[in-house]
Design a protein around this ligand. Structure first.
Ligand code: GN1
Ligand code: MG
Length: 364
């Protein structure tokens, strides 16, 4: 691997000596490596090298083009603060596409990241960062973006695929998960609420991040402030609830998204409130009444959709998500289902919190 990573560095015109590397395991799709180099004068510098998963991203060049356009738009508004900068090859490309895969390289930012946290200041700052991200793209022309994964958060389409996979049952696993399948089907209409409202013309299309896990924000090591939102692979046209709901699904859960003790899963209302407060501070004045009305519900939608995706992948023999053990996707799905049930139970309270935040941040 060291040899491969050295080759990638050279293609991206980094000629310093590669001394070591570590694989960063937080992502479920791409392979990510922190590569440490030393210059001739002894100075150390690290980079991030990623091998993009081309089973998931069928057209990775589109992904890179989207990222270029979005980061350029943000740079124009925000200036060159902390940003992810993709290095170029001698031919001026931000990627190298070889027989063994699709590679890219960007700067390593010294920062803290959180997979879970009970630190409400961090959660509030993440909410602000994702809210700000979406607002910065409010005037971005969505038609300039490729739909890199068609129907990515189209919950109805996700269900259709899931039901077809359950029916085909290619690995004979459905009997084992019938209870989970039945529950997911029983909440289908509630889970498809956002996409249905969009199709009825009641929710506007925005440009959204679509993968708002808290570990996709880099934080300042001392100040806990958000430095930059990362992982722009799935920036596409979408609904505000995609970003709000997915963030709550991940950061708001008492446990990690793949916790095998799934009965411990549930939404921490203090985390919900902190995230909602940060997010709405940036967005309350822009969002429509209908978007606000369904914001709390979006956490249920995204959690259930994620359960459908994890369980669907399990039924197919886990071709999509990286797994560490055979039933990993099943544990993930069960954990999402337990969280979704708790979200339904606490919906009134979450709606009250959203209304309160909107009240604070909307100028009368
Ligand atoms: C994948 O690999 P990562 O962590 O960036 C997935 C997200 C899921 C997430 C669940 C392209 O994201 O949609 O919500 O796993 N990304 C893609 O942890 O499918
Ligand atoms: Mg991602």
């Amino acid at each position: 691997m060291l040899q491969k990573l050295t080759q990638v560095c050279h293609i991206f015109r980094i000629m310093d000596t590669v001394v070591s590397y570590e694989e960063l395991k937080t992502g479920n799709i791409n392979r990510t490596y922190k590569v440490n180099t030393v210059k001739a004068d002894g100075a150390e510098k690290s980079y991030i090298v990623q091998k993009v998963n081309t089973y998931v991203f069928k057209n990775p060049i589109w992904v890179m083009e989207n990222i270029d356009r979005v980061t350029e738009h943000i740079r124009k508004k925000k200036g060159d603060q902390v940003a992810l900068y993709f290095h170029h090859t001698a031919e001026g490309k931000t990627y190298m596409f070889e027989d063994d895969g699709f590679w890219r390289l960007f700067n390593y930012v010294e920062s803290d990241t959180y997979n879970t946290t009970a630190d409400l200041e961090v959660v509030r700052n993440a909410g602000e960062a994702f809210g700000e991200f979406q607002m910065m793209l409010a005037d971005f022309d969505a038609s300039e973006l490729f739909e890199t994964i068609p129907g990515f958060h189209n919950t109805r389409k996700r269900y259709e695929t899931f039901e077809a996979d359950v029916k085909a049952n290619p690995c004979g696993m459905v009997a084992e998960v019938q209870e989970e399948v039945d529950w997911l089907l029983s909440v289908k209409d509630r889970a498809c609420k956002l996409i249905d409202l969009y199709e009825e013309g009641k929710l506007p299309l925005r440009v959204t991040h679509n993968d708002t896990k808290i570990n996709n924000v880099l934080f300042d090591k001392q100040k806990k402030s958000a430095l930059v939102v990362i992982d722009l692979d799935t920036v596409m046209p979408g609904l505000v609830g995609n970003d709000f709901g997915d963030a709550i699904r991940f950061a708001g859960n008492f446990v990690a998204e793949d916790c095998p003790e799934y009965e411990k899963a549930g939404v921490d209302l203090a985390v919900f409130e902190a995230f909602a407060d940060g997010f709405l501070k940036r967005t309350a004045e822009t969002l429509t009444e209908e978007e606000i009305r369904w914001l709390a519900h979006s956490s249920f939608v995204l959690t259930t959709e994620q359960a459908v995706r994890f369980l669907g992948d399990y039924i197919l023999g886990s071709p999509y998500y990286k797994i560490n053990y055979p039933k990993h996707n099943l544990d993930r799905a069960r954990c999402q289902i337990a969280l979704a049930k708790d979200l339904l139970a606490k919906m009134d309270e979450m709606e009250r919190i959203v209304a309160e935040c909107v009240n604070i941040y909307r100028k009368k």
